[in-house]
Each structure stands twice: as C-alpha cells, then as structure tokens.
Design a protein around this ligand. Structure first.
Ligand code: PLP
Length: 440
C-alpha cells in the first residue's frame, strides 16, 4: 500500500485517541529502528518522546524480538490460572528489582488496569473505600484510572466515583507563594495534605495514589522530603501508599524506579510501559509482603484473561535483561546530564522558556508568554488556536518527533540515545524555540 492509501484507510476505519477526528493527518510510519522512525516517503524522525514514553530501549531490539519469537514457537497463550515459565520468571525478576518490603506481582495489560487493580487491592486490604490522588496527574483512561487522574482528560468520566478525592501536588514553579527553600515548600504541601486527610476521615481512606514523579503533566519532581512526608502521613493513618511508576519506572529517571531517588518504600507499585517497551503490551501491580500475605486467606477479586500473557512476559524478561546487559542506567545518567545542561541553556537563551524540569532522560519544557509573569503560552485546558500543536508540528517537520501537554513540550528520548544524537535533536529544538520567541 502507498502511504496515502494507508492513511486514507486508517482514517476511514480507525478512531484516534484524544482528538476530533476531522482534519487529522497522522504520519504514516513504515519503519522504526533504534531512536529513529521513517515515514512512507522515507523521511527520518528522531523519536524524542520514546513514543508515549514507553519505547525505552528504542525500536527493533533484536534480543527482545528473538525472545518473543522463541516464546511464540513454544506457546503463545495459556490462561493466568496455570503456572507457566515466562510468568514465573518475570514476576521473580520484578520483585528482585523492588525494595525488600515487596512480595508479589499481579500482571495486567497496561498502566490503566494496573492502577485499577492497585486501588482494588488497597480497598480489599484496608477495608476502606476512599482514594486520594492529585490534580496534576494522569493514571490512565479507563473508568477507575480515569477517575483517579486529575487533569482534564478525566472530565469525560464525570460525575466521578464517590470517595475519589483530589489534592494539589507540589508544583513549586506555579505556586502563588514563593518559598525560601525546597524544605519550606515540602512543609507547606505536607501540612495541606495532612489537613485534608484529617478532614476526609482518615479511617475511610484506603490509599494515596501518586505518580512518583508526575509525567505527562510536566515532569514535576517532588521537593526534598515530600515523598518521605507522604509516607509518614500514610503510616500515621494506616493508608496505603501507591506509587504509579508506569512512566517513571524502568530506568527512565536514571534509577530502576523513581522512588529510589527518595527514601521511601511504597506499599503498592503500579508499572507498565518500560517493562516491555511496547514490544508486547504489559503492566502490573507489585504489592508488599503484608498485602500479598493478606491474600493468602482472602480472595483476590481481580482477574484479566490476559494477565501475564506469556508473549508479553517473554518480552519483559528480555527487556529487563537488556537494561542490565546494555548498561542502560549508566547511559541515562551520562546522557541525561547533558540533556539537563542543554535545557538550562535553552531556558537562558529563549524568552518563551519559563521553566525546564528534567531527571534522567525525561524532561518538560514549559512555555510562557512572559518569563516574569509566568503567563502560560496557552491558557490551561484551552489551546483553541492550536498553538502548541503548531509548535509540535514544526518540530516534527524538522525531524524531531514528540508531543506536548498543555503549555509543555515533552523531551524523553529512548534511553539508548547517544550524546551525539541528543545534540543533533536539541539543535532542532533550539531552532523551533527561536520561532516561538518571535511569536510572543
Ligand atoms: N499512569 C501513568 C503515569 C501514565 O503515564 C499512563 C500512560 O501514559 C498510564 C498510567 C496509563 O497507562 P496505559 O496507557 O498503558 O493504560
């Protein structure tokens, strides 16, 4: 099929996510290798968002492809009630990479159902029903996960689920108060959270769910001591701490899991994306030994036909092995340091860059009309002129593939990117930010 034929058929029969369908013009991608994508005209793009921040090891990884083929030759599917080798091995590998309080894994198809099952388990374990989560968050688009998400993508699901409560996250850049230190910010946000917990009746709260580091909503890194403080509040009131590591986990931040940057051990961890890097879809929930032991004598009321699909588990095993054998964490820390330096440079140079936030190979560039007032380049939830879409289009035309959220450009390349490749990509970004400077 020609590129045009593929696009026409796609648009005739497929519904595309999060979009008005009319006027869509999806790129037709026909080849993907390493950090690169090629369209049907042979034009090359650098995948600077790792697709949806999940293609951590890039495209066409031979080890993972071989592992899937080998598994497919043995058997593709056996239902979750059976004990099968790939599921057993991967669960062991996941738990071995978690803190020592973690006990067992329940596999899912992706991130949303990982969060759905995480909150179900917290409710079953605590016998409580309330779930607290944050406004600036995305936890998936299914009904439960969509309702713990706080950002505008939850609106379509409203009215929300009773007992699902939101609180504000520590977004220091846009806080009305200016803090003297990170510690002062932490103190403020923790006091607010504790007050809200008390007012919500702590004995009804099953869990506090947080992206360890907020991803799509702008790579918001918690200030020093914040997560430790949330852990303390959870301990004080018997609330489960659920860390959503769907985007943050699996080496993205320069550690295997983002919570390792802080001195905390969650009770429950949801994960997906980078466990298989999209070679086959997979997610999961890791629970503490205490929670796992609870389900020795209580029914685990959770189930999915494809829980721990053997092909996905084979991909997961190969992927986790690859993170180790290719020294991915070392690369993330080395090239990530360059990314941080370059972004600080962009912030200094460009009038439109209000803030840059980065950790490992994960970052957001927040665009403003005015650095002093911090007025966002587009009003919250209302980019009616499609300003951000046109900036992203300009990047893509120049071979820098990524996406934006609100007034932020996400830069999160595959974790195998070299310094030279990064420099080439960031040059393109520099040029496009110059265009935005001229626009404001
Ligand atoms: N949680 C976080 C932090 C995410 O970023 C996402 C997706 O981007 C999800 C959950 C949902 O994952 P999925 O799209 O696999 O359902």
């Amino acid at each position: 099929m020609t590129g045009q034929e593929i696009r026409d058929m796609d648009l005739k029969y497929n519904l595309h996510s999060w979009s008005k369908q009319k006027g869509l013009k999806p790129l037709v991608i026909t080849k993907a290798e390493g950090i690169y994508l090629w369209d049907s005209d042979g034009k090359r793009y650098m995948d600077m968002s790792s697709e949806l921040v999940n293609a951590n090891v890039g495209h066409g990884n031979k080890e993972i492809v071989e592992a899937i083929k080998e598994q497919a030759d043995k058997y593709c599917f056996l239902s979750p009630g059976f004990a099968v080798e790939p599921r057993a091995i991967l669960a062991k590998m996941v738990i071995e990479r978690m803190p020592d309080n973690m006990g067992k894994v329940f596999f899912t198809n992706g991130g949303a159902d990982a969060n759905e099952n995480a909150i179900k388990m917290a409710r079953l374990y605590t016998g409580r029903y309330k779930i607290m989560s944050r406004y600036r968050s995305y936890h998936g688009s299914s009904f439960g996960a969509g309702n713990i998400s706080g950002e505008p993508r939850r609106y379509a699901l409203e009215p929300g689920i009773p007992g699902f409560i939101k609180f504000f996250d520590p977004y220091v850049y846009r806080e009305a108060i200016s803090f003297d230190s990170e510690e002062a910010a932490t103190k403020f946000y923790l006091a607010k959270l504790r007050e809200q917990v008390v007012y919500e009746n702590p004995s009804s709260i099953a869990a506090i769910v947080m992206e360890t580091i907020t991803g799509s909503n702008g790579v918001i890194i918690p200030p020093k001591g914040y997560l430790e403080g949330v852990r303390k509040i959870c301990d004080e009131f018997g609330i489960m701490m659920i860390c959503d590591e769907v985007m943050a986990g699996w080496c993205r931040t320069g550690k295997m899991f983002a919570f390792e940057h802080f001195n905390v051990k969650p009770d429950i961890v949801s994960f997906a994306k980078g466990i298989t890097c999209g070679y086959v879809q997979l997610g999961g929930v890791a629970v503490s030994k205490d929670i796992a032991a609870f389900f020795d004598d209580h029914v685990l009321s959770c189930g999915l036909t494809y829980s721990g699909h053997p092909l996905a588990c084979a991909a997961g095993i190969a992927c986790l092995k690859y993170y180790d054998s290719a020294h991915i964490l070392e690369n993330v820390n080395a090239v990530g340091a360059v990314l941080g330096e370059l972004e600080e440079g962009l912030k200094e140079k460009h009038a439109c860059v209000g803030d840059v936030r980065y950790i490992g190979l994960w970052s957001a560039i927040e665009l403003v009309k005015d650095k002093n007032t911090k007025e966002p380049l587009v009003p919250y939830g209302k980019d009616e002129q499609g300003v951000m879409a046109s900036i992203v289009q300009s990047l893509i035309r120049k071979g820098f593939y990524t996406y934006s959220h609100e007034n932020m450009i996400i830069v999160a390349p595959p974790l195998i990117i070299t310094k030279e490749q990064l420099l080439e990509a960031m040059d393109i970004l520099d040029g496009v930010l110059g265009e935005v400077d001229a626009m404001i």
